[in-house]
Design a protein around this ligand. Structure first.
Ligand code: MG
Length: 371
């Protein structure tokens, strides 16, 4: 589970509970299993609505019922006064490598980024490998090397791991799970409840590069584009932003599966406010926009692996933007929207033609096994 959404009573857009047996008043952290779907489908791993139903309806009530903390990209722990963050993430991307990265690099950066956007400095990672018998050693070594390089670049140590092998045909070459621990940056209170009307929404760079790169790397489309995955550690940008904005930094999230739309819908729902986006301010590369138009996808639903969203107080936005732009790789960071009272719990996009539409969370799984 990469990002375990905040515990809330699940509700649809209508404000009505999404599945039977749930009343809007039910405490979300009760031990009642509300997930009623007969089997797991691909959409349950897509990071959108179905994932949320699974996490909130099955995992949370049984595993996290005792937790009083809201669930986010990483869990917070207080060990003898030291504030730590811990997170885990599995990688099943297909193909294993693609322009700009590979499964090994994603496995490090993904976990580093979940710690970073939780307001923690990534310190150490352990990795688990599930390998299919028959996997070429060369392919495995390339991924282990990619992990070592990514860890070095991110300034995090890989301190342990585990290996399991399954029969040929029982897995698709290799899967990697990484678990990371980080130290909380001082002076931050990141929480949907800290978000206020008038706060500004920042985005670290162009959206959709990773998802569309994977799609093109599969060769199922007769499309070519000079595009690379955006996989990278966002920690340097997060650290600069945290230092510049301090307590003016209210919330962060890395918009991976489900994209910017899903992350911001989760925020809107969790803070009970409306998130307004300006389409013309959202950086999208032409080839990503073109591929999305061709496929009927919204760039806001496409996965990113090296971007993050932040909400900052209006008085901090200037220093925040300056700080982001000064970090290598942060040059394209943009102020993309703001928080208003209405539409409560939803995301509203003002299009470049001046119209507006509600942007929903990802529904279904248009691009399976993207990370
Ligand atoms: Mg995340």
């Amino acid at each position: 589970m990469r990002s375990v959404p905040q515990l809330r009573t699940p509700q649809g857009d209508s404000g009505q509970p999404e599945f039977a047996g749930v009343s809007a008043e039910s405490p979300a952290n009760s031990t009642t299993v509300r997930f009623r779907e007969p089997q797991i489908e691909m959409a349950h791993g897509a990071g959108g609505k179905a994932s949320r139903r699974l996490v909130e309806g099955l995992f949370a009530p049984l595993l996290f019922a005792s937790s009083t903390e809201p669930l986010g990209d990483a869990a917070r722990l207080d060990i003898n006064g030291t504030q730590l963050a811990i997170t885990t993430d599995s990688f099943v991307v297909s193909p294993l490598s693609f322009p700009g990265g590979s499964i090994g690099e994603l496995a490090i950066n993904g976990t580093v980024n979940d710690l970073a956007v939780s307001g923690a400095r990534p310190e150490a990672i352990v990795a688990t490998f599930v390998l299919e018998a028959g996997l070429a050693t060369e392919a495995l070594a390339a991924e282990v090397r990619a992990m070592a390089d990514a860890a070095r670049r991110a300034g995090v140590s890989v301190v342990g791991g585990d290996t399991k092998v399954v029969e040929h045909g029982k897995a698709d070459r290799m899967y990697v799970t990484t678990t990371g621990i980080g130290r909380a940056l001082p002076g931050l209170t990141l929480h949907p409840a800290a978000v206020r009307v008038g706060d500004k929404v920042l985005l670290s760079g162009p959206v959709g590069d990773h998802g569309i790169t994977i799609l093109l790397a599969r060769g199922e489309l007769d499309l070519e584009a000079d595009l690379r995955s955006d996989t990278r550690s966002v920690y340097p940008m997060v650290e600069a932003l945290a230092r510049a904005a301090g307590p003016g930094l209210r919330w962060m999230r890395d918009p991976t599966r489900g994209g910017v739309a899903t992350s911001l819908n989760e925020l809107a729902r969790d803070c009970g406010l409306g998130v307004h986006l300006l389409e013309q301010k959202i950086p999208v590369r032409d080839c990503v926009r073109g591929a999305c138009e061709l496929l009927g996808l919204d760039p806001l639903h496409i996965a990113n692996e090296g971007q993050f969203l932040a909400v900052v107080a209006p008085e901090s936005v200037e220093v925040a933007m300056r700080a982001l732009h000064a970090v290598p790789g942060g040059e394209e960071a943009a102020l993309v929207g703001e928080v208003r009272e209405q539409p409560a719990g939803a995301v509203l996009l003002t299009t470049q033609y001046g119209g507006s539409r509600i942007i929903d969370m990802l529904v279904g799984d248009p691009l399976p096994r993207i990370c």
